[in-house]
Ligand binder design. Structure first.
Ligand code: HEM
Ligand SMILES: *[C@@H]1O[C@H](CO)[C@@H](O)[C@H](O)[C@H]1NC(C)=O
Length: 515
């Protein structure tokens, strides 16, 4: 017979002992996992005044961001704590690293063990839906497989004449009397115009509007285009705000953001519907030779899901637009301060004798490539990134007294990697890594140490597109304006939103060939 005690205690004890049993089992299996992989304790754990929520660590990050030195601040931490260290962000365990082999593990070798950080995904889903930037696993594979053929079918050679026409628009907005102009503003307009042309087959012509506002040439402008650019820009600013707020963003009610988002959708849907109509009509006739390449129409060959098409187009617009503009403005910021570099570039460009370069010729410009690489090194457009472990795993470096042993990475750990700080390591890039010096690329052979476009299965799909666009525009600028001069004594200052650009723009004066 069971006693009263047995009747009451056993039901209580069972789940409890099962809990203990599961805990012990997890502990034991983790211990053998750690042993099997030769993992050691992290060489450095950041000492925290508040070990539970790590408020001091987060507070310091926010304070640096407020003073526009977020990036420098992350760099100082690696100087202080080493190239890989463990810390906490609120209650999440985190690992910070600038070791190429650790980054390779996260992005390539151990790809299956990680996902995007949930902060980023939560903030981006309202505008970007289930697109390539917000998904993992099967959904992401699906996006990647959907987008890739459309990129592959795009012929960069055919894209050059479109760029030329937008470049000519931009020329009209540049004063030729040597007065100051903000190139960053113009590059953002240029990439918006070329990206929309590439994606929808319809440019929003923001460069036209800039001329209007400068009263250079009056020209008609379509109000729905202007409204779209405005709504889209507002929506992006809101997302950055929400990523910063993290978990608190859920409490942040913002009806204006909602409206901006709806206007963005409505504008895009027009083009999606056109693409779907075209899909129906060309199915029967198959007569599309000699027609302009339109990314959305290519995508519509793969799917007829209206929402999916809109999400993916918005994702690619985000990826393609601000990034290329940021690369260009940061590079010209340096050109304006290094006349000797600009002279060398001019010599390389002189080979074309003033005519427009071909795609082949752009690919063979050695010095221009040094300049592009050096800009992407010093001011990486996407300076840092985070991935979250979805199961217990390891990183090859950072454990033990010397940091040369593997480290255990518990499920749920956020791994933060800073491309910005890695690109400043002198053992990889030579001395004075704070300086813009394209010559350092002569004979430099690098793998995961240089990572402007990410690596592994999620490597940037638009790398060729971006480099061709930046190269073409640079060559044309150098041809039209052999002289450039900085018009701003302030040091380069970060403005870190979705990508990094210059807080005070790129203020320069330019002088054309004839003067
Ligand atoms: C200088 C210019 C650019 C830089 C530095 C750059 C950099 C990057 C980086 C770092 C990522 C990885 C993000 C992550 O996984 O967290 C990425 C992804 C991506 N980029 Fe770029 N990008 C540039 C231009 C472009 C352009 C022009 C396009 C399209 C026209 C583009 C399309 C994409 C796409 C679709 C992805 C997502 C890939 C995936 O998650 O599978 N990018 N890019
Ligand atoms: C620029 O960097 C890429 C990536 O590391 C490399 O493949 C390429 O050779 C570099 N270009 C030059 C001119 O150094």
């Amino acid at each position: 017979m069971l006693t009263y005690l047995e009747l009451t205690v056993i039901p209580l004890l069972l789940p409890l002992s099962y809990g203990i049993f599961a805990g012990v089992q997890l502990y034991l299996s983790r211990r053998s996992f750690i042993k099997a992989h030769g993992c050691k304790e992290p060489r450095c754990r950041v000492p925290l005044k508040d070990p539970f929520l790590a408020v001091d660590f987060v507070w310091k990050t926010l304070r640096n961001a407020k003073k526009d030195r977020y990036l420098e601040g992350t760099q100082e931490r690696f100087n202080q704590y080493g190239t890989t260290f463990a810390a906490k962000h609120m209650h999440y365990p985190t690992i910070h690293t600038i070791e190429p082999s650790n980054i390779k593990q996260v992005l390539a070798t151990g790809f299956q063990d990680f996902k995007l950080s949930s902060f980023r995904v939560d903030a981006m889903v309202p505008l970007f839906g289930r697109g390539i930037f917000t998904t993992d696993g099967r959904r992401w594979s699906h996006s990647r497989a959907l987008l890739r053929p459309s990129f592959a079918r795009h012929n960069m050679e055919n894209h050059l004449p479109f760029m030329e026409s937008h470049f000519e628009q931009m020329m009209k907005a540049i004063p030729t009397d040597g007065s100051t102009v903000d190139l960053q503003r113009l590059f953002f307009a240029f990439t918006m115009d070329t990206a929309t042309e590439f994606l929808f087959g319809h440019s929003v012509h923001t460069l036209h509007q800039m001329q209007l506002s400068n009263n250079i040439i009056p020209s008609a402008s379509d109000t729905s285009d202007a409204e779209f650019v405005d709504s889209y820009t507002h929506s992006c600013i809101n997302i950055v705000h929400d990523i910063r707020l993290g978990a608190l963003s859920k409490l942040h009610y913002n009806p204006e953001a909602k409206k901006a988002q709806q206007r963005t959708f409505a504008y895009i849907d027009r083009f999606v519907d056109e693409a779907l109509a075209l899909r129906k009509s060309t199915k029967s006739s198959e007569s599309e030779e000699n027609s302009q390449y339109i990314f959305l129409n290519e995508l519509a060959k793969e799917t007829e899901d209206r929402e999916e098409l809109r999400d993916q187009i918005l994702n690619v617009l985000l990826a393609g637009r601000d990034t290329t503009a940021s690369l260009l403005s940061n590079m010209f910021w340096e050109f304006a301060r290094h006349p000797e570099i600009y002279v060398k570039l001019r010599e390389e460009v002189a080979a074309f004798g003033g005519r427009e370069p071909t795609y082949e010729e752009l690919k063979n410009m050695k010095y221009l490539k040094y300049c592009l690489n050096e800009s992407l090194r010093l001011r990486p457009v996407v300076p840092a990134n985070t991935r979250e472990a979805i199961r217990d795993t390891i990183l090859p470096l950072g454990g033990g007294e010397d940091g040369q042993s593997p480290m255990f990475v518990k499920k749920g750990t956020h791994v933060y990697y800073s491309v910005y700080a890695m690109h400043r390591r002198e053992e990889f890039f030579g001395e004075k890594t704070e300086e813009y010096r394209p010559e350092r690329w002569e004979g430099l052979k690098l793998g995961w140490e240089f990572l402007p476009f990410n690596g592994g299965p999620r490597i940037c799909l638009g790398q060729q597109f971006a480099l061709t666009e930046a190269s073409y525009l640079t060559v044309r600028m150098v041809q039209e304006f052999p002289h450039i001069e900085a018009q701003d004594p302030r040091p380069w200052t970060e403005l870190y939103t979705m990508v990094v650009y210059s807080k005070y723009g790129t203020l320069v004066s330019l002088r054309p060939t004839s003067s």
